[in-house]
Structures are given as C-alpha cells and as structure tokens.
Design a binder for this molecule. Structure first.
Ligand code: PLP
Length: 437
C-alpha cells in the first residue's frame, strides 16, 4: 500500500520549511558603518564638476563592476527601472518611435519606452528560452522602430546574434534588460553590453542587491556619457561635459545611487560568483532528477550560454500528466512546507500576464487625460492573441520553481523533486478524486 499524496489527505513529504535567503553579512555591515562615519551619504551634485559622477563609493562600485566583467563603462542608478529609462534615452528613443519589447517580463521592460513618448510594440517569445524570438521581432519592424529591449528572462540569455542580425543593418539599437541575469554569458561574453547598452537590477529580490538599485553597462563612450547625463540632471550641463567640451542635449532625472548603497553593492559583488555557482549546481541537479518524467520539461540552456538561474522554469504538459497545471501545482506544494513568500514557494504558475493585456495598453492611456503616445501609433495592436506563445506559457504551460537559490541544498532540491515524483505517480488517483481541479 503506497502512502497517499498530501492533497488527498496523506502525510506531506516534508514539514521543515525551506530556509530564507540571508543576504547581508559582516562585510556589508562594516561597509555601511564606514560610510556613516564618513558622514557623506551621497557625493552627487547635479551640476558640472567632480561631484557630477558621484562620490567615492559610487565610483569604486562602478569601477569594480566594470572590471569584474570587462565592461568599458558601468554606471550605477537608483533602480533598474531608472536604468531602463536612461538606456532608451541614451540610444535616442523619442516621441512617436516604436520600441519592440517582450510581453513576458516585468512591466518596466516596456514602460521605459512610454517614458520617452515611444510606444511598446510587443513581439512573441521563443517557447524554449522564453526570451524574444528574433523571427517574431523581424515581423514587427517598421520605419519607426528605434530600439529593441532584449530581456534575459529567468537568467537565460536572449538570442543576441539573432536580434542583432535583425537590428544592426537597420540602425536599430538593442538594449539588454539583464535584471535577472547578472553574470550570465552568451557565446563567451557576459550579457549586458553586447547590444548598445543594458544592465542589472539591484532590488532586494535579485541575485545581489542594495535594497533598491541598478547598474548600467556600455562599451561605447558616447552612450555612457548620455547615460550619465540622464542619471543626473543633464540639463544643468549646458553645452559642456566635465573635462572635454563635447556637447549633448538631454534633460535628466535624479537616478542616483547613494554612497551607502554603493558600499553595500561593493560587498555584494564579491558574493556573486559564489551565488551563481551554487544556483548552477542546484539547477543541474534538479534537471537531472526531472529529466525522465513525461510532461515535465526542464529548462534548456542554449549552446555556449550560461544561465544565472534567477528562477528555474519548467514547461508543464497537462495532457501528458493528466492533471491541470493548477491542480498539479497545488498537489506538489501540498507535499512541502507552507511558504512564507515567493522565494519559498515550490511551484508558481504562469509568471506574468502578457503585458499588452494590462490596462494601460488596453485603454491606450498612460498620461492622465491624454492618449499620447498611443495616438501617434494607431496601427500598433494590443489585442488578446497578439503573442500566442507568451499567452500559452502564462495560461497553461509555465511553472516556476524559485528553490534553486542559496542557502538551499541539494537535499532541499531533492525533496522538491520527490514531491513532483509523488504527485506524478498518483496522478490518476488525484484526477479520479479531485477531477480537473
Ligand atoms: C526586477 C526587474 C526589473 C526592474 O528592476 P528594479 O530594480 O526593480 O527597478 C526590470 N526588468 C526585469 C526583467 C526585472 O526582473
């Protein structure tokens, strides 16, 4: 007699909760106290002069980030949402332009276009990597296309060669949203500045963090200057750049990171390699455990790429397993301890609703009483059915497992895999008792 699955009243496979992520250590503490003692919590001044580029911690953090990955420029910002806005401004996106975006990502990967009066044009994703499909992107190019935002979703690089082959001959900039992919590599190159520019999020939920924050990276000197202008009130540098007399015209914002955050970021950066190696180990182990199960499709890492494993995506085939995705998810989660938060939840369904289904696109209204900039692009559509692969992932196929993180162990991941196996073994019985759930 086999034990019943927990969802049918059996004893759960595990009661002990998954340990929370602990992000701050002695190094961060010491770094923060040193900044407090210095009494300089920000070295920025929004006007020409040495303070235009920030204080000593900000500049040291940027230098360390650039050096670690071999980027020519690293520019910190107070969030990656700010970073995306700066990036689109720096590559020259303006009113009436079109920016090709993924619908399957965090909302800011597309709203950054609206900030400059440009409209997001959504192209479908690749069903294997969940990142923009270059063929779908090519079909959305118009004479107004100014940029493409390539998101390296869940830590896996987008098809940069494919996207650049579409973009470069037409003078279209590719901006990389690598918020979920610090340290991931594409054909031997770190993601972030393979296109015109890009960067990383340092919010609390990302691999490493400064509470809130972000880092832009770029190879081109001019792009880097524009990013620095937009970060820090570029309107206050009329016709001059500190040090070299070159001239740009851009208003800016206050997207500046504080010295406290930069000091924390410096300490966090030292941890990144270890965290990535740990995630890689857990993900590889999980893939080996799940590989043989029909209906459960582990993530594929594309040739000559590495993933940062922000989360572990699984494609689920309900017809093969014989349980709806929602019932399968509930049955697996019932075998494991009740989660405190997203990071301790064994399975999460769907990720995000394709962005074009959000109200601001459905109603074509982002600026109070105006329909700008949507009224400049009446042929751009946001209808249901626009990106069938993204809709299918959201509605039916995608499951995320956030457990491939520190400080979880191989044993923790094994418990998750055992829970999946237990549910698969009892799938006919669960269906018989609970129907389609
Ligand atoms: C987290 C995230 C962002 C936004 O970053 P913030 O630092 O929270 O502003 C943008 N894009 C993606 C893909 C993200 O995961």
């Amino acid at each position: 007699m086999t034990t019943l699955p927990a969802i049918l009243g059996g004893t759960p496979l595990r009661n002990q909760s998954f340990p929370p992520r602990r992000t701050m250590g002695a190094e961060e503490r010491a770094a923060v106290l040193a900044v407090l003692d210095s009494d300089c919590l920000s070295g920025f001044i929004g006007a020409a002069g040495v303070g235009f580029l920030g204080g000593p911690q900000v500049r040291a953090f940027e230098a360390a980030w650039a050096e670690r990955y071999g980027f020519r420029h690293a520019i910190s910002v107070n969030s990656w949402t700010s970073g995306l806005v700066a990036a689109l401004g720096a590559v020259g996106v303006g009113p009436g332009d079109e920016v090709i975006c993924s619908p399957y990502t965090m909302s800011a990967s597309a709203t950054c276009a609206l900030f400059w009066g440009a409209v997001p044009v959504f192209a479908d994703i690749d069903p294997v990597t969940f990142c923009l499909d270059p063929v779908a992107v090519a079909a959305k190019i118009s004479p107004r296309t100014r940029a493409i935002v390539a998101v390296h979703l869940f830590g896996h690089p987008a098809d940069m060669d494919g996207l650049l082959a579409v973009a470069r001959p037409r003078g279209i900039a590719v901006v990389e949203d690598a918020a979920q992919a610090p340290g991931a590599s594409y054909h031997g190159q770190p993601v972030g500045a393979i296109g015109a520019c890009g960067g990383f999020s340092l919010n609390y939920h990302k691999h490493i963090h400064t509470g809130e924050g972000g880092v832009l990276v770029a190879e081109d000197d001019e792009v880097a200057k524009r990013l620095q202008l937009i970060r820090n009130h570029g309107e206050n540098l009329p016709g001059e750049w500190p040090g070299d007399g070159s001239s740009y015209c851009s208003f800016g914002g206050n997207y500046r990171l504080t010295e406290l955050q930069a000091a924390i970021g410096l300490a966090q950066l030292q941890r990144l390699d270890g965290l990535l190696a740990h995630r890689e180990r857990l993900a590889a182990h999980l893939s080996a455990r799940l590989a043989a199960h029909p209906g459960i499709i582990p993530p594929v890492v594309a040739a000559d790429c590495t993933s940062a494993w922000y989360v572990y995506p699984i494609r689920y085939e309900a017809e093969v397993v014989g349980l709806s995705r929602s019932l399968f998810m509930r049955a697996v989660n019932a075998e494991l301890p009740a989660p405190r938060d997203f990071e301790a939840t064994p399975l999460v369904a769907g990720y995000v609703r394709p962005l074009y289904l959000n109200r601001i696109y459905q109603e074509r209204r982002a600026f109070a009483h105006s329909h700008f900039p949507f009224d400049l692009a009446p042929t751009v559509r946001y209808d249901q059915g626009l990106c069938p692969v993204a809709e299918r992932m959201y509605e039916r196929e995608l499951l995320l497992c956030p457990l491939v993180r520190e400080p979880l162990t191989i044993q923790d991941v094994d418990d998750f895999a055992s829970a999946v196996e237990r549910v698969l073994t009892h799938a006919p019985l669960i269906r018989e008792r609970l129907g389609d759930g």
